[in-house]
Design a protein around this ligand. Structure first.
Ligand SMILES: Nc1ncnc2c1ncn2[C@@H]1O[C@H](COP(=O)(O)OP(=O)(O)OP(=O)(O)O)[C@@H](O)[C@H]1O
Ligand SMILES: [Mg+2]
Length: 262
């Protein structure tokens, strides 16, 4: 998976600005960066939901935006994406949720699909809950059902957008262990966005910091933790004084005023 000089603007706002990024086969990259900096926008470029203004996105050497629409669909199926909160269909059972991509994109029989669903639930440590409704599950369980659906089609690249946000530390630990097990058994490449550095260090081969429209820093977790780079230190210590401003000073002033006089 390779992004070369990717640039993307919305109106006058440039979010990605000549961004380069390579993820090798089987490698796990964790992306960190301030809210609103463009992490989700970057992921949407990786999976082909957004088209860059300029630059290229290559999957296994194929340019996502030079191939036919049919081939683009084929390339997109190499990804398994897990959204925040699992993004499950509440009107379907857990089993139907996981079966959804299988019925849609494969010619598997009912029995084969049921077997694969059971296998995926096993892998996320939730065996036998096919008949349950998503609404009956806790946040951590929903997240893991989302993973099960993301791996149903045996993706080569797994994408996690904030897999542990809003979970307590123990449930977070379970989710991290599940991600590790999935990676050990399926050996996919993985790109994970998280604000939780403990999570990042638990699952990353490399940590990239997104800032100013580029991957500014690209290090091993250990290098990241020990880095003297002020932008990294701001992240590791959570010191906002060290960090670049999140919003322009004018907007920040307005936001502070609005907070004071709601
Ligand atoms: N479809 C769109 N149209 C216009 N602007 C957009 C669109 N998608 C994202 N943006 C803008 O791009 C910027 C980056 O958004 P993005 O969602 O990637 O941030 P993020 O780093 O994922 O933040 P968070 O950590 O809060 O999830 C924001 O200013 C957002 O308003
Ligand atoms: Mg985001």
């Amino acid at each position: 998976m390779k992004l070369t000089k990717v640039t993307k603007s919305f109106g006058t706002k440039t979010v990605l600005s000549g961004l380069d990024l390579t993820v090798a086969k089987g490698e796990s990259l964790v992306l960190v960066g301030q809210s609103g900096i463009g992490k989700s926008v970057l992921l949407k470029h990786v999976i082909g939901l957004l088209k860059p203004d300029s630059g290229t996105v290559e999957i296994d050497g194929e340019d996502l935006w030079k191939v036919s629409a049919k081939d683009r669909d084929r390339l997109r199926r190499k990804f398994g994406m897990s959204f925040q909160e699992g993004a499950l269909f509440d009107s379907m059972s857990v089993g139907e949720n996981i079966a959804f991509p299988l019925t849609r994109h494969t010619k598997k029989t009912k029995k084969e699909i049921a077997d694969r669903v059971a296998e995926c639930l096993d892998l996320v440590r939730l065996p036998g809950i096919e008949e349950k409704r998503p609404s009956e599950l806790s946040g951590g369980m929903r997240r893991r059902v989302g993973f099960a659906r993301a791996i149903a089609l045996q993706p080569e690249i797994l994408i996690f957008d904030e897999p542990t946000t809003g979970l307590d530390p123990i449930t977070t630990d379970v989710v991290v262990k599940v991600i590790e097990e999935m990676r050990a058994r399926l050996k996919p490449s993985a790109i994970t966005i998280t604000h939780d550095l403990k999570v990042a260090f638990g699952i990353a081969d490399r940590v990239g910091l997104l800032s100013g429209g580029k991957i500014l820093v690209d290090m091993t977790p250990k290098e990241f933790e020990e880095s003297k780079d002020p932008r990294v230190a701001a992240f590791v210590t959570g010191d906002s004084e060290l960090a670049p401003p999140e919003v322009e000073p004018e907007r920040r002033k307005a936001a502070t005023a609005a907070e004071a006089h709601p």
